[in-house]
Design a binder for this molecule. Sequence first.
Ligand code: COA
Length: 382
Amino acid sequence: MLRSVQRLLVTADASKLSYLSARCYSVGTDFEAAQKNLKKLSEEPDVQMKLKIYSLFKQATQGDVTGSRPGMMDFAGRAKYDAWNGVKGTPKETAQQLYIDLVNSLIKEEEKLTAESQSNVEGLGGVNGLSISVEDNVFRIKLNRPEKFNALTWDMYRGITEALNFASKDKKTRVTVISAAGNYFCSGNDLSNFAVKRPEDVKELAEAGEKVLNAYVKAYIDHDKPLIGLINGPAIGISVTVLGLFDAVVASDKATFHTPFTSLGQSAEGCSSFTFPLLMGHAKAADVLLFGKKLSAHEALERNLVSEVVPDKTFAAEAEKRVFAYSQLPPESLRLNKVLVRDINRAALHKANDLECKLLVERWQSAECAAALQKFMTRKSK
Ligand code: COA
């Protein structure tokens, strides 16, 4: 790019010069507009995206990275340095254009999400990343953030909690279904939920996170209707651990089940410390919760985590058949039986939820967890 600009200047005739200055002017104004538009996003981009934006901004305004790489303990400074260093050699005008394209793509993505994330349920608002609907006797909660493999943001946690509590009391529906858009079921907790500007904010964020998580899992424990999970693809973290609180789990044979808590410096949630040993026996539960064994759909069936595995080709149709059949059963009998089955362990489940959340607040503030999150966030900028 730089060479072609120089060549143009050397051989410039009037039209080439005016084209060049018009183009530079246009990129310059678009660059300023992109900086303003970035501030208008309703949701802050995740850490990885912020690093991409940062690196392009620095390259566009200052050129190649200067100074030396910050030390080990300066996580944020080091990540920023690495990101900027990653675009070294990119001419300033190209970096400006890349910055503009990136901001425009974020704005488009947000517009698309807002359009797709809706609720047709009176009394329940829409939440980015979720589609909530009532169809016949069925209350549907669909994870709808496929570009991030349906990772759960704080808003999605709150939205699902509210939807489950609403569905529990809803007189029009008989069963509640949780499903997902795209190839993944859910990649678990959005790891940028714990991104903080200052290390001293971690404690506050962890305590706020505990409240959100506790209410989220409580909504599953106290859900008064049969809860059906349709697991279309890989499931990670909390999307796996809460499965012990469902009444039917239909999985595609392409689904996998992974809880890599230990390697992330975290600990189990979703009442899995109680439900998994009950479902699988202690050794097999430890295999999954402590040692992070990833289960295939058939292994999950063999360990009682799912109730049925269906070939991927016919998954959508077969799953809907089950949902239809369950939703035709007498509603009062369904609800009373659900409450009866849950009451046997309800108190123990609440206790497990409280203990798990308490431990997680500690784990989220640990150096092991910070290092694992840092590794994930910066994996693409190296
Ligand atoms: N939190 C935040 N973002 C996530 C995410 C998560 N849990 N899982 C996936 N994403 C995002 C990625 O950042 C990426 O976004 P980008 O395109 O804007 O960079 C996008 O989803 C696709 O993921 P990517 O990592 O590029 O795809 P992959 O096929 O190489 O790997 C996973 C997929 C799921 C294996 C990988 O993303 C991963 O390990 N995610 C973390 C899972 C996890 O540990 N969850 C918490 C359990 S406690």
